[in-house]
Design a protein around this ligand. Structure first.
Ligand SMILES: Cc1cc2nc3c(=O)[nH]c(=O)nc-3n(C[C@H](O)[C@H](O)[C@H](O)COP(=O)(O)OP(=O)(O)OC[C@H]3O[C@@H](n4cnc5c(N)ncnc54)[C@H](O)[C@@H]3O)c2cc1C
Length: 380
């Protein structure tokens, strides 16, 4: 339903969009995550952003976000694209050792390997400076202790990229260090968190109890700090925007179809402006958010990490808000059917809220824009 002008989007991108949308349509809302993941990986879609020398497509977050948006638009989003190729693949390809690149990137690119990402802790949600997962050196090894919450896909991921802090940086401003923790490492436990979400990916609590890792598990430099972390977090925001846009588009398409055919007076319900205008508004808001997502992706891919930071936050904000409103209006448009299992829209109400909360909440983005963009004083 979205219009694409070749002035705004290259022919390659339009062609990629069409090919991914066709794959998405073949799988549809009742998709099997594993089958779709495998197929998308084989077709090169999961690794479009990763370097060619490691089997990726040599593109960037612009291409990867487009893939996720189109799958979401067809009703079959792959949440782990936000973490596996976008965060973990980016961080490893930018900062990993040659050995880490050889070991992980080809698999992340073709989807045969998956990596989850764990930063959130129960006492350090929006304030990641408070994380307490600690890495202690022991000879050449590292020993990690800590807890994480809400970590997506740990059960299906071969490893988790865990954000901790070294023992000598245990307090104060976060100086993060990142470790690759294979799923079966001794002392690395995960337990399911029951969520009110109907999603094919689950969330887990992690316990790291004296998890011993070789020196080679540390990604990049223990002193690279926030720079390295943000190399992964900006793509995460752009990808969350893509996730939200896809969902919003899916819901809006269902509502428009319904509004064109459902008739309870002489005209289809879509003829009533009370139904049509909010759908038009949702369409406009999704389009606007999509423009901002493209801007953020292009800035990031061009190497402007600072410019991308602001744009990625704004894109995530705009897409999440547009998605929440589009889903709400879609459910309303279907009347009673908006709440039936058959039409499957009501569950998107909860799903859409995820984009407003994670990976950075609406309020934290407003804080960021108040301080960073507008120079207003900080309240916390
Ligand atoms: C489905 C799902 C999947 C997730 N997957 C992952 C994952 O794979 N890996 C991972 O590491 N994390 C993951 N998360 C965690 C997610 O990133 C956090 O939920 C998010 O960062 C918010 O943290 P919190 O839940 O602790 O909320 P809190 O930080 O406790 O915030 C609660 C509320 O207070 C507001 N608030 C907090 N501080 C301020 C302030 N200074 N000013 C104004 N308002 C404020 C927030 O905006 C929010 O509305 C996931 C979460 C969900 C729901």
């Amino acid at each position: 339903m979205m219009s694409n002008s070749s002035i705004i989007e290259s022919e390659e991108h339009t062609a990629l969009r069409a090919a991914v949308a066709a794959l998405g349509r073949r799988h549809g809302r009742g998709y099997d995550r594993e089958t779709l993941w495998r197929e998308a990986g084989k077709l090169g879609y999961l690794g479009v952003n990763l370097p060619e020398e490691y089997g990726g497509g040599g593109g960037g977050i612009a291409e990867l976000s487009l893939v996720l948006e189109e799958l979401g638009g067809a009703g079959c989003p792959l949440l782990l694209m936000i973490v596996s190729p976008a965060i973990c693949g980016t961080v490893i390809s930018r900062f990993g050792t040659d050995e880490q690149k050889r070991q992980w990137l080809p698999g992340l690119a073709d989807g045969t390997l998956t990596m989850a990402f764990g930063i959130t802790e129960s006492d350090a949600g929006s304030n990641s400076h408070r994380i307490t997962t600690t890495a202690r050196r022991d000879g050449d090894d590292w020993v990690l202790n800590g807890r994480k919450v809400f970590i997506s896909g740990v059960d299906i991921a071969d490893a988790t990229l865990v954000v901790g802090r070294t023992e000598d940086a245990r307090t104060g401003r976060l100086k993060p260090c990142l470790f690759i923790v294979p799923r079966d490492t001794e002392g690395f436990h995960h337990s399911l968190i029951e969520m009110e979400l109907q999603a094919v990916e689950k969330q887990f609590e992690l316990v790291l109890d004296d998890v011993r890792l070789p020196a080679g598990a540390l990604v990049g430099d223990e002193d690279a700090g926030l720079l390295q972390l943000f190399a992964g977090l900006n793509p995460e925001r752009v990808m969350t925007a893509a996730f939200a846009l896809g969902m919003g588009r899916y819901a809006l398409d269902r509502a428009v179809e319904y509004a064109k055919t459902r008739q309870v007076w002489q005209e289809p319900i879509g003829a009533h402006q009370a139904i049509a205008h909010p759908l038009a508004q949702a369409h406009i808001e999704l389009e606007l958010a999509r423009l901002m997502m493209r801007k953020a992706a292009h800035l990031y891919d061009a190497g402007d990490d600072t410019g991308a930071g602001e744009a990625a936050n704004m894109a995530k904000y705009a897409a999440a808000e547009a998605c929440v409103r589009a889903v709400d209006q879609a459910v309303h448009t279907l009347g009673g059917n908006g709440l039936t299992r058959e039409y499957g829209l009501a569950s998107l109400i909860t799903a859409a809220r995820v984009a407003r909360i994670a990976p950075v909440s609406r309020e934290m983005i407003l804080n960021y824009v108040s301080h960073q963009s507008l120079g207003l004083p900080k309240s916390y």
